[in-house]
Design a protein around this ligand. Structure first.
Ligand SMILES: Cc1cc2nc3c(=O)[nH]c(=O)nc-3n(C[C@H](O)[C@H](O)[C@H](O)COP(=O)(O)OP(=O)(O)OC[C@H]3O[C@@H](n4cnc5c(N)ncnc54)[C@H](O)[C@@H]3O)c2cc1C
Length: 418
């Protein structure tokens, strides 16, 4: 009998995994409660590269804690009640910020990202949406010249992984982005970094290719998963599905559903926001910029200039808080002649984060036919296609292109009550 393959979650990770399974000649059904790429994969900053591997919880985090505790910093805010209820996650997140653990996490992420740009390009070529790609790099800018851009550890990691970085002074920044006001004293260009002009549409086009090639999609909210003799029964609000092989790619919502199979998942939520602004003739940017001194990214998109915020540690269900966005909009106006906001609503997304900042790409600890790909934190758009490829290599019993042991599920996923 032909095996029935199901992928739950049609974000960057789920769509890419479904496409890779389909490429192996398998019939795949993708399920999402919403239209594809409507959640976190829709509204991110669109950056795709091989170099975003240095985790947020690195050795410098401890020095920043007194400032962060004020809960007024643009790069990180928190809801205290959320942190208390996720204290196990928080403690493990902080413990993971020592140098040895940071090096381990960064090396794992670097190996994952080494194939990320090429996998996206290959998919864009197949789907016919290469026009979405901008290969002019990513600028990180400072209003005051820092003593050094990188810690020794970060420098060593960039050197080891041969990341192409060009340091820039004030004039060189102006040459690259003449519309920026002259407030940036220094910065650097990540030369091999790419970006896309509409991450949600890029993924919808990948999804359409999946459908055109015979893939199935069901828009249903899965409420529980139960084991059967030959796989799993997925209950949704209207119907049930019988799966022989199941891949869970539900981002921050993965733990909620895996709980119905008795798994405890130590996954946190880093929320983030965006707002779109009209692009004025003297307010164009050639590439995304990261204002390191003010804690926001401005990225040119089809919809206008997209301003994205830093991290808000809070539950996905809690009411949005626009404090970080309100804080950075005036700072962004200092940097560039931003037009008025467009009519698009302010967007909130939820980055799924394991305590060591490394995603899971593995089968579940006690279920050989249950596969898990989630926890891609700040890099889930860029690493979707490469994750899909590696996941399917592992599912097929092949030697994956990279060592997947750092991405094991039993690091943070346990069976039974805690
Ligand atoms: C402000 C911001 C900027 C970012 N910038 C970048 C960037 O520049 N580059 C980058 O690579 N990454 C970036 N990221 C991170 C990236 O967006 C995420 O890592 C990525 O989108 C996660 O993808 P995913 O497929 O795991 O999850 P999601 O895209 O969240 O998909 C999960 C899916 O599961 C579905 N779902 C949930 N529960 C159920 C259920 N019960 N039944 C059925 N379906 C369900 C949801 O509807 C959703 O479609 C950014 C994130 C934010 C917030």
């Amino acid at each position: 009998m032909t095996k029935r393959y199901f992928v739950i979650g049609a974000g960057s990770i789920g769509i890419s995994t479904a496409l890779h399974l389909q490429q192996r000649g398998l019939q795949v059904c993708l399920i999402d409660r919403d239209p594809p790429a409507s959640a976190t994969s829709y509204g991110n900053a669109g950056i795709v590269n091989n170099c975003s591997f240095y985790p947020v919880n690195n050795p410098s985090l401890w020095k920043k804690i007194p400032q962060l505790l004020t809960n007024r910093r643009p790069e990180l805010r928190y809801n205290a009640r959320y942190l208390i209820s996720y204290s196990g996650w928080l403690a493990a997140f902080l413990r993971s910020s020592g140098s040895a653990k940071t090096r381990h996490a960064a090396s794992a992420l670097a190996s994952l990202l080494s194939g990320a740009p090429d996998e996206h390009k290959a998919l864009m070529q197949r789907v016919g949406n290469m026009h979405r790609l901008n290969e002019s790099g990513w600028l990180r800018l400072y209003r005051q010249k820092p003593k050094q851009f990188f810690s020794d550890l970060e420098h060593d990691l960039y050197h080891t992984h041969e990341i192409a970085i060009e340091s820039l002074n004030k004039e060189e920044i102006r040459d690259l982005e003449p519309n920026l006001n002259p407030i940036f004293e220094s910065g650097y260009l990540l030369k091999d970094s790419m970006s896309v002009n509409n991450p949600g549409m890029l993924l919808k086009e990948y999804f359409q290719h999946f459908l055109n090639s015979g893939g199935e999609f069901s828009q249903s909210s899965v409420t529980s998963i139960a084991r059967t003799t030959d796989g799993f029964k997925l209950k949704t609000e209207g119907t049930t599905f019988d799966a022989n092989v199941l891949v869970v790619c539900l981002g921050v919502w993965s733990g909620q559903l895996l709980k119905t199979l008795g798994y405890r998942v130590n996954l946190g939520t880093e929320r983030g926001y965006h707002q779109h602004f009209h692009i004025l003739p003297d307010g164009r940017l050639t590439r995304p910029i990261y204002d390191m001194s003010a804690g926001y990214i401005l990225a040119p998109m089809e919809q206008g200039l997209r301003l994205t915020t830093g991290v808000e540690l809070n539950h996905w269900e809690a009411q949005p808080s626009y404090a970080q966005l309100e804080q950075v909009i005036p700072r962004a106006r200092e940097a560039l002649n931003l037009g008025s906001p467009t009519d698009d609503p302010i967007w909130m997304g939820c980055r799924p984060t394991f305590p060591d900042s490394v995603p899971v790409i593995d089968n579940a600890p006690n279920d050989s036919n249950l596969w898990l790909a989630f926890g891609h934190q700040h890099i889930g758009l860029m690493s979707g296609p490469v994750t899909g490829k590696l996941m399917v290599q592992k599912m097929m019993g092949e030697d994956p292109d990279i060592d997947l042991s750092p991405f094991r599920s039993d690091r943070w996923i346990k069976q039974g009550r805690g």
